[in-house]
Design a protein around this ligand. Structure first.
Ligand SMILES: *Cc1c(COP(=O)(O)O)cnc(C)c1O
Length: 380
């Protein structure tokens, strides 16, 4: 059996996405900046994709900038918010210790460049309390970044409340929603954030395309220098087929959101329950209703080296991960699990399974059987 349980790393294209992209690649291949008809057709297709995404998220098309993915969108938000702050002499920034590296690394760089960055600790349940953000705010705080859903433990943060605190203090607020968009409802009118980043390949779209939402009126600076694409905010010829694929993937995800959430979280609960029946296991991050993305199970199996387990799982056809995909091969232990207080031994004994709508109960039961079997073997 082959079981793909690594949807948090990337997803395969939803059915219908490739079909939507092919005519754009084959026929409507013009450059949207060209004045001839082929170019203008491509420009029209691009703006349709933007409109479609805007409608599904509750924002205006002008508030969306297409980027080369989640990493770039995060960087652009961080540079924009902190440049706006620095221009007013405010150089204090708040984020959390369990952000994705796409946020953590730029934050560490800002710190080296003279910003004061607070990395808030995260409680054991993996949910940051808004009060902690409020307490960390200083008169010179200009920017706050807290992820919507964590990529390793799947916990959902109280973004609306945090955004409200920031808004009342005139502090720009960004959320990395890469693990949330297409998986749980994301309504920009309700969230009240200034910036939000997303990435198509995490919700059934193609790789190498994402977007940054920037609330009308919030400062946006460009990361790329060059042409005047994306209203001068993102130089480089637009990825038209990518944008079309992303819009289609979001449309499909949104259409099936409620049933998908119900189905996938059912699989997740079944997997968590099965794994917990193996002695010496625990689930990391809150399992409370509505506090976790549908597909995520992060489990610690005491006495078992996760790296070894992953190889054994792979030999049985199961794709899972330990921590973030981008850390694969690296020896660096998960900063997320460390942030929520796991001991170094527990960190190195933790696995992430991330399920999607294409998984089945049979596959989940197979994962449980294989993990049980291999755990017994490794502990012997
Ligand atoms: C995958 C991921 C990113 C990076 O997105 P890319 O499109 O792969 O660059 C950023 N943040 C989170 C939370 C992610 O899961």
């Amino acid at each position: 059996m082959r079981v793909y349980a690594d949807h948090a790393a990337t997803t395969k294209l939803h059915k219908g996405v490739l079909e939507a992209m092919i005519p754009v690649l084959e026929e409507d291949y013009g450059n949207p900046s060209s004045v001839h008809r082929l170019g203008q057709e491509a420009a029209g297709i691009l703006s349709m994709a933007r409109e479609q995404i805007a409608i599904s998220l509750g924002c205006t098309p002008r508030e969306l900038t297409f980027t080369g993915g989640g990493t770039e969108a995060d960087l652009q938000a961080i540079l924009s918010g902190t440049r706006a702050g620095a221009a007013q002499g405010r150089r204090h920034v708040i984020t959390t210790a369990f952000e994705h590296h796409a946020v953590l690394k730029p934050m560490q760089k800002l710190r080296r460049e003279g910003f004061d960055v607070t990395f808030l600790p995260v409680p054991e349940d993996g949910i940051l309390q808004p009060l902690e953000v409020e307490k960390a705010i200083r008169p010179d705080t200009c920017f706050v970044s807290v992820m919507l859903a964590n990529n390793e433990i799947g916990t959902i943060q109280p973004i609306r409340e945090i955004a409200e605190i920031c808004r009342s203090r005139q502090i720009l607020f960004h959320t990395d929603a890469v693990q949330a968009v297409g998986h749980i409802p994301v309504d920009l009118k309700e969230l009240g954030v200034d910036y939000l980043s997303a990435s198509a390949h995490k919700f059934g779209g193609p790789k190498g395309i994402g977007f940054l939402y920037t609330r009308q009126g919030a400062f946006l600076s460009s990361v790329m220098e060059g042409g005047e694409q994306e209203r001068g905010k993102r130089a480089g010829t637009e990825n038209v087929p990518g944008a079309v694929g992303m819009a289609k993937a979001l449309e499909i995800s949104t259409e099936h959101l409620a049933e998908g959430q119900k189905y996938v979280s059912g699989l997740r609960d079944r997997l968590a329950k099965g794994l917990l029946q193996i002695p010496g296991t625990r689930i990391n991050g809150s399992m409370a209703e509505g506090r976790r993305v549908p597909g995520n199970v992060n489990v610690t199996i005491s006495g078992v080296e996760a790296a070894t387990m992953l190889i054994l799982l792979d030999s049985k056809g199961i794709c899972a991960s330990a921590g973030a995909a981008c850390m694969a091969g690296a020896t660096e232990p998960s900063h997320v699990l460390a942030a929520i207080g796991l001991s170094p031994e527990d960190v190195s004994s933790s696995l992430r399974f991330s399920l999607g709508a294409d998984n089945t109960e049979e596959e989940v039961d197979y994962i449980i059987d294989v993990v049980r079997e291999q755990t017994a073997r490794l502990r012997r």
